[in-house]
Design a protein around this ligand. Structure first.
Ligand code: ISE
Length: 335
């Protein structure tokens, strides 16, 4: 079976997903696109075999040729397209975050639970990255003893023009928020945010930031978020356990030692760093939609991550440590 996909939003990530859906993955074709910039949608469709161009995401969802929807528009618009897909009974892969406020996520949870079956998967791709998967295996096999701390670094060389102060948390740190829930298998109970003096490259952003996440069992996770580090896209992680530590492997394939120096490559951006993770993530989603496999991160995962990032935004505004209050988890999302 070929899953016929419609892609809403054909900016950077949308175009990258269309490339992998049409050239890398199997069992899938892209049959429709839409974008707020209709000219851009037409240009992208022009590079495809036969894809309809729709003026709105809702029209794309209603297209009979579209079996499943991939939402790659800007975060604030995710809710409307995910709700349209649920109403049409079509599976929807939504890029992270599921929505930028927890109220919006709860409306999505309500719609999906009313539909009575899982239709939504959220694009938290770190769960598919080989290095993060290997780190999680070590954490979960118990060889480090109980995990106590994790240190995370999330550095972007630069960010796009539409990126705002809140994006430091609800667009960037939200990856670590989801990763920590998955890594340790528990919810995050409280968030604090600290601001060092700003980088001269930061413009109006609170850049860099340090988040401190506290899990329910008391693991402490510090996350450095930098939006304008300039030198490359640098993602790091180290788990400290009672009897050992484990570090996320560097993504480079070759390291050169020459003339008294070590030379290693830093990825240019997230497309390069997570290329394999995105391939595995979307192939598994296509297989699950085609009836052969299981869906990945759920609307509940999307909601929980956004609830923590909302707490982080409050912590940034107030300087206080903010506890996270989650709704009751509907039975449909029990593991
Ligand atoms: C972007 O939207 C992503 O999802 C990237 O993975 C992240 O590193 C970046 O900070 C976000 O803006």
């Amino acid at each position: 079976m070929t899953v016929r996909v419609g892609v809403v939003g054909v900016g950077m990530i949308g175009q990258d997903h269309i490339r992998r859906l049409t050239r890398v993955l199997s069992g899938v074709d892209v049959v429709a696109v839409s974008d707020v910039d209709i000219g851009r949608a037409r240009a992208v469709a022009g590079g495809l075999r036969e894809a309809a161009v729709h003026a709105t995401g809702e029209q794309l969802v209603a297209d009979d040729r579209v079996d499943a929807v991939v939402v790659c528009s800007w975060g604030e618009t995710h809710e409307q397209y995910v709700l349209a897909a649920i109403a049409a009974g079509k599976p929807v892969f939504c890029e992270k975050p599921l929505a930028t406020t927890q109220e919006a996520c709860r409306r999505i949870l309500a719609a999906e639970t009313a539909a009575g079956r899982r239709l939504v998967q959220v694009g938290y791709m770190r769960r598919y990255d080989p290095a993060y998967r290997a780190l999680r295996e070590v954490v979960q096999d118990g060889s480090l003893g109980l995990p106590l701390l994790m240190h995370c670094t999330h550095r972007n060389p630069s960010v796009p023009a539409h990126y705002r102060g809140e994006s430091m948390i609800n667009d960037t740190a939200v990856h670590e928020i989801d990763m920590v829930r998955w890594m340790f298998g528990e919810e995050i109970a409280a968030v604090s945010v600290l601001r060092p003096r700003p980088s001269r490259h930061s413009g109006d952003l609170p850049d860099p930031l340090v988040l401190l996440l506290e899990t329910g069992s008391g693991i402490l996770v510090d996350v450095e978020v930098s939006a304008n580090i300039r030198y490359g896209y640098d993602i790091r992680g180290e788990v400290v356990g009672e009897s050992g530590t484990a570090t996320l492997a560097e993504p480079s394939t070759v390291q050169v030692r020459r003339g008294g120096t070590v030379i290693d490559r830093v990825p240019a951006d997230w497309r390069e760093r997570f290329v394999r993770a995105y391939d595995v993530e979307l192939q598994e989603w296509v297989d699950a939609v085609g009836g052969d496999g299981q869906l990945g991160p759920s609307a509940w995962d999307g909601y929980a991550a956004t609830a923590v990032s909302d707490a982080g935004l409050e912590a940034l505004r107030t300087g206080a440590r903010v506890p996270v209050a989650l709704a009751d988890r509907p039975a449909m999302y029990e593991k």
